[in-house]
Design a protein around this ligand. Structure first.
Ligand code: ADP
Length: 451
């Protein structure tokens, strides 16, 4: 990380320096062009073909020609001299100039340095101006020197600064990493939280997030422990009953054969209860790892098709009140499981003579509401908040109506998978209403609701 950051800073500094050098160079060259243009414009106004003319022009001219060499070629009839060289201009022209590539009119002459050339003519007189750009070059050299100093300072200071900055970030991270290694030991004492450093903010937030995650994992682990304990507890009762009846048959079956039939009936009943608990537990595990594809479908058709076979499995009359052609984004398997569980419960907790009503309607927000209404026992207010928990059963049904307390927990898992929302309320005419809200067909971004 350190090396790449240093590289980045060096690249930025070099780019910045180059930009500065090119910018200043460009500006200086433009200045040279302007001053040569001013000189040649002034020259054009005068006819210079002798030292006398030259001195006159110099006296009257306001432009700076301290770094200029001028060569005049006079082709006019009245010319005093055909060729004229300003002071040292003939020396300059004695040797060939070296053209500087890429920049027009820029030449190098050993002994004179870099020169900018401008050529103009007026009234038969041809002027060639050679402007020495030494002063501009010395400014440019200063800029290059400053850039080089800047780069050197950056090279020295950047690693120190970046190392300190990185240490500020990595030191707390290293502490955090060390702490994660002791979490395992701390877990035994029940303290699984990492120390939260106050600086820097990024690491503080990371540690807080990590602790939040640990708390969630901890909570999940507690829930799993509770789930296993409850499962063991629920299985212990039928096992104890089966065991006691088996012992009864073993001890007294020979002398009292009449108890055998009764005990076998109990054993069969408890075995069925155990089997149901195990099947429900397996269902919970299966749904936990299930992922279902949601598709846009006609729920009215889907619900009426699901209801047909269900109707035959219950003694109650099933009344369907379905609005036609309602569309929703859902999954058929989940819908089947949810309806199956709700109808079975409605049937189990109602008298055979009480009808069960299933309705399907459109909500104002575009979602579709599916309700299962019964006129049975109803659910006590205090139990409503718990009936979706694993193994929870109302006191008034425990022992009298068979059940595992897992059906609604499985139903809730399916509801979550289809991003639905399941709620429970009292039926005003007695009994219970379960309402399932299905996200609308258009709203594909809808996230999981709470059930
Ligand atoms: P189970 O029905 O096997 O006990 P569920 O998870 O399906 O388990 O239901 C949990 C509890 O919710 C039930 O024990 C019962 O107390 C209550 N319950 C569920 N549905 C109804 C209903 N339609 N009418 C009355 N009580 C219900």
């Amino acid at each position: 990380m350190l090396r790449s950051q240093i590289k980045m800073i060096i690249v930025i500094t070099i780019s910045f320096s180059l930009m500065m050098i090119f910018g200043v160079g460009h500006k200086l060259l433009n200045d040279v062009k302007l001053s040569t243009w001013q000189i040649t414009a002034s020259l054009k106004k005068n006819e210079i073909d002798s030292d006398h003319d030259w001195d006159d022009w110099r006296k009257n001219s306001t432009v700076d020609i301290n770094h200029s060499y001028i060569y005049v070629h006079n082709l006019r009839q009245d010319a005093e001299a055909r060729y004229y060289f300003s002071p040292r201009a003939d020396d300059l022209l004695q040797k060939k100039m070296i053209k500087v590539p890429f920049i027009n009119n820029l030449y190098y002459r050993p002994g004179f340095g870099f020169l900018y050339r401008r050529f103009v003519s007026s009234n038969g007189i041809y002027y060639t101006l050679w402007q020495n750009i030494g002063p501009q070059l010395s400014i440019l050299m200063r800029v290059i020197e400053v850039s080089a100093i800047l780069l050197s300072v950056t090279l020295v200071l950047a690693p120190i600064y970046i190392r300190r900055l990185t240490a500020r970030l990595t030191d707390p991270l290293t502490d955090l990493s060390t702490s994660t290694q002791v979490v395992h030991q701390a877990e035994q004492s029940g303290l699984i939280q990492l120390p939260v450093p106050s600086q820097p903010t990024e690491v503080t937030e990371l540690a807080q997030d990590f602790n939040h995650l640990l708390a969630l994992l901890n909570q999940r682990q507690d829930q799993q422990k509770l789930f296993v304990m409850n499962a063991a507890h629920e299985l212990r009762t039928p096992i104890a009953t089966i065991k006691s009846h088996a012992q009864l048959i073993d001890r007294h079956g020979a002398d009292h054969p009449e108890i055998i039939e009764k005990s076998v009936t109990y054993i069969t009943k408890e075995s069925r209860a155990m089997q149901q608990i195990i099947e429900d537990l397996l269902a919970i595990l299966r749904v936990e790892t299930l992922s279902l594809a949601l598709t846009r479908m006609n729920v009215t058709t889907a619900v009426s098709e699901i209801m047909q076979p269900l109707e035959k499995t219950i003694p109650q009359k099933l009344i369907l009140q379905l609005e036609p052609n309602l569309m929703a984004q859902t999954n058929l398997e989940a819908l089947e499981q949810i309806l199956h569980n709700l109808i079975q419960n409605a049937s189990k907790y109602s008298k055979p003579s009480d009808p069960i009503v299933v309705t399907l309607s459109n909500k104002e927000n575009g979602s579709v509401a599916l309700t299962v209404m019964d006129q049975g026992l109803g659910i006590p207010e205090a139990d409503k908040a718990h009936i979706f928990e694993h193994f929870y059963r109302s006191d008034d049904v425990r022992g009298s109506i068979p059940g595992t307390g897992l059906g609604l927990a499985i139903t809730k898992q399916f509801v979550d998978l289809i991003h639905g929302h399941l709620s429970v309320a009292d039926n005003p005419t007695g009994g219970t209403i379960f309402t399932l809200l299905l996200p609308s067909a258009i709203d594909t971004t809808h996230q999981s609701g709470h059930s």
